[in-house]
Design a protein around this ligand. Structure first.
Ligand SMILES: C[S@@+](CC[C@H](N)C(=O)[O-])C[C@H]1O[C@@H](n2cnc3c(N)ncnc32)[C@H](O)[C@@H]1O
Length: 228
């Protein structure tokens, strides 16, 4: 970033392009603030995920793209003796999530890994549940990520993706910069084309989200996919 860009950022806030880059991979001095904003605006999506995950005692669960990891303690309460893992390719997010989850990490209930979802450092058939929230927009080649999701899932496991639908996303100025957006049928087709079945979707209507002085009322898709 040149000095002029830095001054603009300081006084005027991020451009839509800078915000898009932060949402894709939070980094640098803005990462903490961006993660806190995501905590506020994405809270209802985590509630939707808890319902969809249908967790049973003793399951092994992976979250891809956990941001600052603020919701892991809640996830740990959704059933007994869960083993939780997180994977995120932002070093800043791994650092913040580690600081936010000291107790869970110390007692062995949570491990966090710095890495990318198209090359997961996990053995085959490790998890009963894999989920991600606001991440699939950044998968430029979804097949490469979904192949990995299938590989690390146990047979009978499920993959849950929570995403804002295209008609909600395209109102947000940053979404024009590198986001792949989906309507329900589009994302379901991607899953089916990559070997997932059955696929079922619930729609969440969220309370207003403020961005750039405007209030948006987005709708999100909670899409649960299985494979035999
Ligand atoms: C928009 S944020 C969403 C954070 C959180 N899930 C939420 O909804 O508030 C996207 C997160 O996913 C991570 N991420 C994006 N693509 C990823 C990938 N391919 N592998 C691992 N992490 C990824 C980013 O670093 C970031 O922490």
């Amino acid at each position: 970033m040149n000095p002029l860009q830095f001054l603009r950022l300081l006084f005027k806030g991020p451009t839509p392009q800078q915000m898009a880059a932060q949402l894709r991979r939070p980094h640098g001095f803005m990462a903490r603030k961006v993660a806190q904003r995501m905590n506020n605006s994405n809270r209802p999506l985590y509630d939707g995920a808890w319902k969809a995950l249908d967790l049973r005692d003793g399951m092994r669960v992976l979250e891809i793209g956990f941001g600052n990891g603020l919701f892991f303690p809640e996830l740990a309460q959704q059933a007994k003796d869960l083993t939780l893992h997180g994977l995120d390719f932002s070093a800043e997010m791994v650092q913040q999530a580690t600081a936010n989850n000291d107790a869970l990490i110390t007692n062995g209930a949570l491990s966090l890994t710095h890495g990318a979802s198209d090359r997961m450092p996990f053995a085959d058939a490790t998890f009963d549940r894999v989920f991600c929230i606001n991440v699939v927009y950044f998968w430029d080649d979804p097949a490469a990520h979904l192949r990995e999701v299938r590989r690390v899932l146990r047979p009978g496991g499920t993959f849950t993706a929570v995403l804002r639908r295209k008609t909600s996303m395209e109102n947000l100025p940053f979404a024009a910069h590198g986001f792949t957006m989906y309507e329900q049928a589009d994302w379901e087709a991607v899953l089916r084309n990559n070997g997932f079945t059955p696929v079922s979707t619930t729609v969440i209507t969220e309370p207003g989200v403020e961005y750039g002085g405007k209030t948006y009322t987005p709708e999100s898709l909670v899409v649960v996919a299985g494979f035999a």
